[in-house]
Every structure is written in C-alpha cells, then in structure tokens.
Design a protein around this ligand. Structure first.
Ligand code: SF4
Length: 174
C-alpha cells in the first residue's frame, strides 16, 4: 500500500486560450509529504527545493512538477488524458521513494531556483494576463515558486519568442 492512496485531479485549461493543447493540473492527495520532501531532494538530480515553504520543483518527461505537502501541480499537459496519466506516474514515483526511504540519504539543503528577475528579462513583458497572472513579473515570481509552468504563457510559444522560451527552460535545467 503506497503512502498516497487516494487523490483527486483538477485540470485547468490556460485562461484566455480555449482549446490550447497545454493544460495544467492540481492534484490533491490524501497524505502529508512534509517529511518525504528531503528524500525527494536527495534523489532528484535536477530540482529546486525550498525547505521553508516545503516545495520541490522538477521535470518529469517534459512536464513541470511542483510537489508540496498536500498537493502536486503539473504543467505542460497535452490534454485531460495526459493530465490523468502524468498524475498517476508522479504519484507512483513518490510512492516508490517512500517505499525506499530507508535506502536514501535525505538532503535538507535549499536548492535555489533561478531569480525571478532573470526570467522576467526573457518574458514578452506585455502584461497581457493570458497566463492568469496580473503581470509578467508576477508570472516570473510564480515560476520560481513552482506555482505555474512555462506552458501557461502562450506568448512564449509564438515563434518570435522561441529562443527566449528555450533560455528560460535552460535556466530550470541547470
Ligand atoms: S507572462 Fe506571458 S501570458 Fe503572462 S502576462 Fe506576460 S506575456 Fe502575458
């Protein structure tokens, strides 16, 4: 029996862009992951971890994943089916880490995300709100906290901003 036994997936279409292929989701879980997060931090190679807010952010198969004690946020989802599938995969991964906990050295140290200002410099700066945030700066700040995903800014997916989008993605892969 896994640590997470039950969960509920809530899927969101990006605001102001009906029919967009990029969905995001919030997965409510029936377990408290507070004590497990340092073990995830000790296992994942590319991740950002904030022990104060109990948040770890990483990528799984190209999907942004932010794990907090009681919820998981997922981004860059093609459709509802993929949203359900990725939620199951992330939960299986977390349950697997919980099962192997005794073999893992927990890491309690903070792993810094990129600075919001570095991300902001690469954003379109139109404050168009299509990402659901009031400004591009707010979007940049939300990205650093794992509260949103690059896929939620549709403007970054226009050809004109492709290079900037790749630079932002690279900031999160370092
Ligand atoms: S981050 Fe993107 S979607 Fe959000 S306000 Fe700025 S340009 Fe618009």
């Amino acid at each position: 029996m896994g640590l997470i036994q039950d969960y509920h997936v809530e899927l969101f279409e990006p605001p102001c862009l009906p029919g967009s292929p990029r969905w995001s989701s919030r997965v409510e879980i029936d377990a408290d992951l507070t004590e497990l997060l340092p073990y995830l931090n000790g296992t994942l190679k590319k991740r950002f971890y904030d022990p104060n807010s109990h948040t770890i952010v990483f990528k799984m198969d190209g999907h942004g994943v932010a794990v907090r004690p009681r919820e998981i946020r997922l981004g860059n989802l093609l459709d509802k089916e993929e949203g359900e599938k990725v939620a199951r995969e992330v939960i299986d991964f977390i349950n697997d880490i919980a099962a192997k906990k005794d073999e893992i050295t927990p890491d309690f140290t903070r792993k810094e995300p990129p600075k919001a200002i570095e991300i902001f410099k690469l954003l379109p700066k139109t404050n168009c709100r299509r990402c659901g945030q009031p400004t591009c700066m707010a979007f940049a700040a939300a990205l650093t906290k794992g509260e949103t995903d690059i896929s939620e800014c549709p403007v970054l997916f226009e050809e004109e901003y492709r290079e900037n989008r790749e630079k932002i993605e690279a900031l999160f892969m370092e």
